[in-house]
Ligand binder design. Structure first.
Ligand SMILES: Cc1ncc(COP(=O)(O)O)c(C=O)c1O
Length: 301
């Protein structure tokens, strides 16, 4: 898009965008046109606070709710209501709460944005009652030219298929049950880890409103005498899959090649050094979850 991303740091308690860091970014940058907060792991950000800051610069807010389908804000509103943003984007990638194969969804309350998104997803071609840029070519002697359409700007082929949409729609009705079970599992982990010395839940807040897409923990590897590599391999030998969410984006080679440097977001980097995401999914049985807890206790003692 020709835009230059500025990375703001996270809050250590929620792992979401830190409003202080956002303010700081604005002191270094002449113009900020958009703010893209992520509802990390399914825990919604405080959008009132983010909006209050972004509003001062006239920046558009695009909420990344890839993890937060069905979650609620601190004020009780549902994620995606766009009360504090221009739009909210959701993901139906296979690991996400709703199965659709691939694809996603965008919500907005802004009609012009809605219509533009419809055009952009289909090669920039006008849709429905969009005004023609060249109305003279659209009709002849008062009759519409039935073949006529306009490509009004450069767009994409970002269309979700009907088959994927049907699958996603069939899953919507199950969402509450999915969320309820995920919350239950998160609370079971919280209770199991309450007395562990080297492992702590990384986001132990908002259990009643998070979508619990991920259950991240922080591990004091120095104190545990085990590296993350050894721990992940030890768990894998016990048929337990874990992952790290995420490597700070600007540490990826693409961004390093653009000049971004380590140290930009110290809180995110400190979290990354200690982070591990544990198995959490709707069909995870209590007995399997207990096995994860036992394996961690055994390996990290
Ligand atoms: C926080 C976050 N944002 C965006 C995405 C991208 O979603 P998609 O792959 O549906 O484009 C992901 C996917 O993993 C994600 O985790």
């Amino acid at each position: 898009m020709g835009a230059r991303p500025v990375f703001a740091d996270i809050d250590p308690g929620t792992l979401n965008l830190s409003v202080e860091s956002l303010e700081e970014a604005s002191r270094k940058e002449a113009t900020i046109k958009a703010v893209i907060p992520v509802h990390f792991a399914g825990l919604p950000c405080d959008m009132n606070a983010i909006n209050a800051t972004a509003e001062k610069w006239g920046a558009a807010i695009i909420e990344d709710a890839a993890h937060a389908f069905g979650a609620s804000y601190p004020d009780g509103g549902k994620v995606g209501n766009c009360v504090n943003s221009l739009m909210t984007v959701f993901s139906f990638h296979p690991v996400k709460a709703i199965a659709a194969g691939e694809g996603g969804l965008i919500t907005t309350n802004d009609e012009a944005t809605y219509k533009r998104l419809l055009r952009l997803r289909s090669h920039g071609i006008n849709k429905g009652d969009d005004p023609m840029l060249n109305p003279g070519a659209a009709q002849e002697d008062g009759e519409p030219n039935l073949w006529y359409y306009e490509m009004q700007e450069l767009g994409f082929n970002y269309r979700i298929t009907d088959i994927q949409s049907a699958l996603a729609l069939s899953q919507f009705g199950k969402l509450d049950a999915f969320l309820e079970r995920r919350k239950e599992l998160a609370l079971r982990y919280d209770a199991a880890f309450a007395s562990m010395a080297t492992l702590k839940p990384a986001q132990p807040v908002g259990r009643d409103r998070s979508a619990h897409h991920i259950y991240p923990v922080r591990i004091d590897f120095a104190k545990s005498g085990l590296t993350r590599t050894r721990l992940m391999h030890g768990l894998r030998e016990r048929d337990i899959g874990t992952q790290v969410h995420y490597i700070p984006v600007y540490l990826q080679p693409y961004y390093r090649n653009l000049g971004y440097k380590p140290g930009a977001c110290p809180t995110a980097e400190a979290y990354y050094r200690e982070a591990l995401s544990l198995p959490l999914y709707y069909s995870l049985a209590n007995s399997d979850q207990d096995r994860v807890v036992s394996a961690l206790n055994e390996l990290l003692q």
